[in-house]
Every structure is written in C-alpha cells, then in structure tokens.
Design a protein around this ligand. Structure first.
Ligand SMILES: [Zn+2]
Length: 266
C-alpha cells in the first residue's frame, strides 16, 4: 500500500502527515490509529512518543515500509494540537464521534484522503475555537461534507420530477417532505413518490438547513447568528443515520455523547 521515498533498500522511509485518533499501550509500545493525509486511516506502532501519541495531536511520522497492517514509526515531529478539545468533555465527545465515523468509513476513503484530512483538520480547529456550546453546525458541516467526499452525498431532490417542477424547490412550506434513508435523500408528497419504511418527516426549516449545507463549502462556518438549536440537532441525527446506512457498523460514540450530555446536566 505505501510507496517508498527512498529505494536503496536499506533506508526505506515514507513521511506522512496525520492526526491521532486512538492510542493503545502494549508492553512499552504504543499502537496508534491515525488519519493520514496520504493514505486515510492507518495503524502505526512506536515507542518514546511522549505527548505526540495523545489523541487529536497532529504530527509528521516517518514510517518504515512494511507489508503488515501496522507500520513502525522511525521518528516523528509534532505539528500541532487542538488545545481546547481534550480539556472539554463536550468537545472531546464530539471529536470521538468524528473519529469513529472516519474509522467506520475507512474502506471508502483512500482516494480522497487528502480532502478528508483537510475537512477533519478544519472541523477540529473550529471545534477547538468554538466559544459557546452550539457545536451542531460544526458537526453538520463535517458529516455533510464527509458523505460528499465518500461518494454518498444526500440528495435534496430525489423526486421523479425535474428539479424545477418539484414543488419542494419553489414552495417548501406547502408540501410534505421526508428524508428517506433507504433512497438516501429527500422526497416530497407533491411528486407522488412514496417514501420507503425507513424515513423521517422533514419540516421546511430542516429542508432549508440541508440546502444551506449543500451550497456550502468545507470551510464555510455555518454557525450563523440566527440559531435554531433543535433543528440543527435534528439535522445532525439525519446526517449521522444517513452515513451509518453506508457503513456496516453501529456507532457507539453517538450514544456516548448523549450519555455524557445527560450526565453533565444531572
Ligand atoms: Zn418533489
């Protein structure tokens, strides 16, 4: 999988840029799961890494070219960290969620790994800098663009009418609409399409938020001044469920996050 930067046979090393997702300690060694710009999700092992092995730290790693699934770290260089994430339980639980989705979608991401890396890095910096507790727009931006980069962007025009004829486009307040998880997007009642059994009713405000996401780029800060927290949370649930439909895993962190939130209020 990895290509070498040196071909003299004795000193084969590849330099990668990566953000740590998880670290496990094993007999003095550390086993790291990282998201790299070059290859997406990979596993690394090394010792004497100090703070560079902490979660959500951004490093350069020089790794040996091995055929095994775990690549040994020859040396590493600290590039930066997202300071306020690991000290804030709410931010940390969200960063875990993003990491879990990246891991679950690992089999689709190698060819767009550089763009996914940029999205992840940008999302973590927005999360680190966020001063209030309104993180849903940051999550929604991440999940929307992750789906897009992985090749299964939600469709906001699944109706069988040409887009211009669908009433949802011209007067969303007057038609019923559903997000259909089976078909991966929005259907409306005016076009006489029936949704599958796995769908959820979508009110005009939700439809508008999804449209804002569709017209945003990865670096858009959708955290605008007019906030509808309940609607933003609803969109997060839709996007997470949409992404989960394309993976073969049940996410644990979405429950962890809810558990942490209810725990912190008690
Ligand atoms: Zn329609």
């Amino acid at each position: 999988m990895l290509s070498s930067s040196s071909n003299n046979g004795t000193n084969k090393e590849t330099c990668i840029e990566a953000i740590n997702l998880r670290t496990r300690k094993l007999n003095g060694f550390k086993l790291l799961t990282v998201f790299s710009r070059e290859y997406g999700l990979i596993k690394l092992s090394g010792s004497k890494l100090g703070g560079r092995s902490e979660p959500f730290v951004h490093n350069l790693y020089w790794i040996g070219n091995s055929k095994s699934e775990i690549h040994s770290i020859k040396h590493s260089e600290f590039k930066g960290q997202f300071r306020n994430i690991t000290t804030d339980l709410d931010k940390l639980s969200l960063a875990w969620q993003y990491a879990e989705f990246l891991e679950a979608c690992s089999h689709h991401q190698e060819e767009r790994s550089s763009e996914i890396f940029d999205l992840f890095q940008e999302t973590l910096s927005q999360l680190a800098q966020a001063a209030n507790n309104d993180f849903a727009p940051i999550s929604n931006n991440f999940f929307w663009h992750l789906s897009e980069l992985l090749g299964y962007k939600a469709s906001l025009a699944l109706c069988d009418q040409p887009e211009t004829n669908c009433a949802l486009k011209s007067r969303p307040e007057s038609v019923e609409a559903w997000f259909d998880f089976e078909h991966g997007g929005i259907l409306c009642s005016a076009c006489k399409q029936r949704p599958s059994g796995d769908c959820i009713r979508v009110l005009p405000g939700i439809y508008k938020l999804l449209n804002i996401l569709e017209n945003s780029n990865q670096k858009t800060n959708t955290n605008n001044s007019v906030k509808n927290i309940a609607a933003e949370d609803f969109v997060t649930n839709i996007l997470q469920k949409h992404l989960q439909k394309h993976t073969d895993r049940k996410m644990k962190s979405t429950n962890i996050s809810k558990h942490l939130k209810s725990g912190s209020k008690a």
